[in-house]
Ligand binder design. Structure first.
Ligand SMILES: Nc1ncnc2c1ncn2[C@@H]1O[C@H](COP(=O)(O)OP(=O)(O)OP(=O)(O)O)[C@@H](O)[C@H]1O
Length: 227
């Protein structure tokens, strides 16, 4: 589903070699933790899957498609098939929870008649049906992050990427977020979560890829890892 073939990424502005010779295969339906020190290259790797950048060398394939060959509208189409969650929730402040979700459905071109059911379904997944009329400022940080996940999955993406999704949360809230990712995984999505949190990795022993200075230094199933 996601395939990196000898991928390196150098940021031209600073000549930083963020990723070096990455070979990686993530299968459909897999759950992967991406761990490593700050600056190890986790966000850069996720950015390549989204085609925010092209690699300096090597190739990134998603569903068999070399992302380098995507142009114009097909890049937008590619990104719409991926649900992305960031450390900060990035909800639209002037819109309620359900309006934030409806906004995505409009962009995706989903017929209006389906909105209410789709919104209720994702809010049920994240346990926040009762907050659908709340504005982001009326939510706790953990709730806002769960809405952000609802927004990422409302288009039924086959791939969900998360960059430090629990970075702003206390351990209990972080585990609540993990439960949501587990549910998404259980429904068959491919999930890649970049995290600093050892607790998260230990709470859900899955494939764990350790990046160090832009290189993969470990890639194994299980909770134990050293950075
Ligand atoms: N847009 C950019 N331009 C130039 N250099 C960048 C850019 N983004 C990241 N870098 C550099 O690339 C390297 C990898 O950064 P990246 O953000 O991928 O690491 P990370 O593992 O996600 O770190 P963190 O855990 O702190 O988010 C770092 O040395 C960083 O300074």
């Amino acid at each position: 589903m996601i395939h990196f073939h000898r991928v390196s990424l150098e940021y031209p502005s600073t000549k930083t070699l963020a990723l070096y010779n990455i070979n990686l295969e993530v299968k459909k339906g897999e759950f992967v933790f991406l761990v490593g020190h700050s600056g190890a290259g986790k966000s850069s790797l996720l950015s390549l899957i989204l085609k925010r950048f092209d690699p300096t060398s090597g190739a990134v394939y998603v569903n068999g498609q070399n992302l380098k060959t995507l142009k114009g509208n097909r890049i937008a189409q590619h990104r719409r098939r991926i649900g992305m969650v960031f450390q900060d929730h990035r909800l639209l402040a002037g819109l309620t929870v359900e309006e934030n979700l409806a906004f995505v459905l409009r962009v995706l071109g989903v017929p209006k008649g389906e909105w209410r059911d789709r919104i209720t379904r994702v809010l049920r997944t994240v346990g926040l049906v009762h907050k659908k009329r709340a504005y982001p400022y009326q939510l706790s940080v953990g709730e806002a992050q769960r809405v952000a996940i609802a927004r990422a999955i409302i288009g039924n993406p086959s791939i969900v990427l998360a960059d430090e999704p629990t970075g702003n949360l206390d351990p209990d809230n972080a585990l609540a977020i993990l439960e949501v990712f587990k549910a998404i995984h259980a429904r068959g999505a491919t999930v890649v979560v970049a995290t600093h949190s050892r607790e998260l990795v230990e709470a859900y022993p899955q494939r764990t890829i350790v990046l160090r200075s832009g290189q993969i230094v470990r890639d194994e199933k299980g909770a134990r890892y050293n950075l």
